[in-house]
Ligand binder design. Sequence first.
Ligand SMILES: *Cc1c(COP(=O)(O)O)cnc(C)c1O
Length: 362
Amino acid sequence: MAHVKLHIPGPVEVSAKTFQAMTQPMIGHRGQGFKDLYGRIQPQLQTLLSTQQRVYLSTSSAWGVMEGALTNLCTKKVLNCMCGAFSDKWFDVAKKLGKDAEALQVPWGSPIRAEQIDARLATGQFDALTLIHNETSTGTMSPLDEIAALKKKYPDVMFIVDAVSSLTALPHRFDDLGIDILLAGTQKAFALPPGLAVFVASPAALAKAATIKTRGYYFDLLEFEKNALENMTPSTPAISLVYALESKLGDFFAEGLETRYARHTQTNQMLKDWATRQGFTLFPEAGFESKTLVCVNNGAKPGGRVIDVATFQKRIKDRGILIDGGYGKIKGTTFRISNMGDETPETIGALIEILDTAIAGL
Ligand SMILES: *Cc1c(COP(=O)(O)O)cnc(C)c1O
């Protein structure tokens, strides 16, 4: 099968080096080899997240932790901040768990603002909040600093934040933010194959979980904490993916985190400039655009150029690259291109040449 390079917003392209790291011999997850492996990456994960808390490894995709966070932290009522397909779905997940859930819905393409959350939390009804930092379906980033600052006013509300498509592309200082859970799947900005999630919990979150009897087992926060104290996971982890994570973290620190963040800003700007140069507008509200992908408006909102996305996508695929043709209810009326992972100004420059060729005459 011919290799089609992924520029969709996850999974993203995985390097040969990462795949190579996964071929290391299997080890027992209760043995010293695994403890040493987790012990080597734990401080790196803590640096990445600017936290003193232990960072947990979950053998699941992000949704496992997104669901588990609610099971562990919500007994009263959850406020689900909704601005796109993933954040909207979190509300459905809360209801499927039997939680009392309220939707804080804004139009797709708008961010969630702190004052909107403040107004709802002020009712005193809530003990949990879900927020997606970077809503991948719409390419919109909500102002996490501003929202996290509310935590001081509502210490008893558990702030659960999904940074699935932003962690490693820009700084997330967990302890400074003061939030309760930060989680990410590793097939997005980490550029690992799917199957692993990382997350961190505040002391307040661990204390809250301890008051809840029906936390389940697989995503029991206290099991993660207890095992992490010994550099282990509650159940058998995807050890090959942990090897891949070790390799990837090595790359992050060799490059330097600040350099990595600047690289994402630069490559993302190149894609935004391309869209503008081609006569498009961007789908997200100005000032709240993602740094890890562009979501290009193609008729979903008034203004800007409109093309036949399916033809555009096919022409690009014929040149060995996959872009995304829009997600959920904005499929076709938007399209998305990712700059997550290992992309550089050179690779994005090469991609832009292909985009320019493929768009001719559309
Ligand atoms: C991809 C994505 C998810 C879902 O991740 P899975 O790996 O499919 O569980 C959740 N949130 C955001 C923001 C995403 O981009």
